[in-house]
Write a protein that binds this ligand. Sequence first.
Ligand SMILES: [Zn+2]
Length: 439
Amino acid sequence: MEVEKLGDEAVEVLSHYLRVNTTNPPGNEAAGASFLGDVLHDHGLEYRLLEAAPGRSSLLARLRGSGEGKPLIFLNHIDVVPAEAEGWQVAPFSGEVSDGFVWGRGALDMKGMGVMQLMAFIAVAREGLPLRRDLVFLAVADEEAGGYAGAKMLLEKYPEELEADLVINEGGYALTDLVPGKPFFMVACAEKYGLWLRLLQRGQGGHGSMPTGKGALELMVRALARFLERKRPLRINPVMQAFFTRLAEFWEILGPYREDGKLETLMRVIEENHLDAVPALNAVLRDTASLNVLHAGNKINVIPDRAEAFLDCRLLPETEAPEFLDFVREALAGEGLEIDHFQDMERSPSSPWESVAYRTLEETILECYPDAVVSPFMLSGLSDSRFFRARRVPCYGIIPARLRLSDLPRIHGADERISLQDVREGVVFLRALALRFCA
Ligand SMILES: [Zn+2]
């Protein structure tokens, strides 16, 4: 079958694509975009390069439909995060194929998905069926640095080119050990938003031999320690409640909630079993703050009069930023710390999971992966979906790679890899999805 041949080609293409170093910064996505363009060209298909800045290209290819519906966009990003060879079993930009996997930075996040989408796009093109809406393949620059030279810029510059009824992007994977024997397809329908804070503490400088307890660093450390003790309240939002409802079909621990379906029962079960002690669950059940940068002092015998810290705060979509800032101010009050709210990472509405589009996605997953469980989920991080969701375009984030929980650190970590089976089946799945929406 034709599509199987494309699956083999997908493995080959991915192995080469992983050798194109698109580490961001600086990105150099032009090299990745021209690589993808060559593959399209080899299959007789056209594309456009959209440039945000020199070297920062995105690529768009379109199969025209009748216009009955707005397009379906297959969205992926070309750039990857840095990789140090140390700690890897293979060279991170080797694209090595061994032990049933393609290895390399970007295999999971998200060149693997980019290639699956590309080959599915090519499969649909070769079938030549009449389409009722356009199918768009969109590979963008700069996702890993916030999307400002990628998706965000493209939506501002080419809004009519990027009109869509639906976007399929990254955001979730299929976890294999949440429910034994059943890959759990976590479809990202929402994401948290970021709020970045810079804290400045001034204090009394002096000689290290004569401590006063009023040095900037000591004041700041004490204030931050108090702050980090404070937890934001647990909050189960609708998308996470939908996730737990699905999970409750399989997890005995959620039995009481399965029986009565009440939010307060779910809350009690989560609290009693300390499920929020799992960082991945904590991150989707409350607002969080991570203290990631601290600058103070430069000499062992000098008390610094100035200290600066950066807090990476991630807020549930339901949280109002001013209310969160009040919480921070109140928790840090007393020592004259200045709080500078220097950047918001865009808040976006969730995409519906009780819609025809979501159901179609779910049905296609179940058809291609008969053992699967499909559930809506919220991403604790950020993705380019937020720019589309802000324009009310439904976005679903799912990379059809079956992973164990212990594989998750490979994303942005060492030994990133994707199985050959996942790549091949992913092409079949995305082709089927495109045909369901477009044909
Ligand atoms: Zn990514």
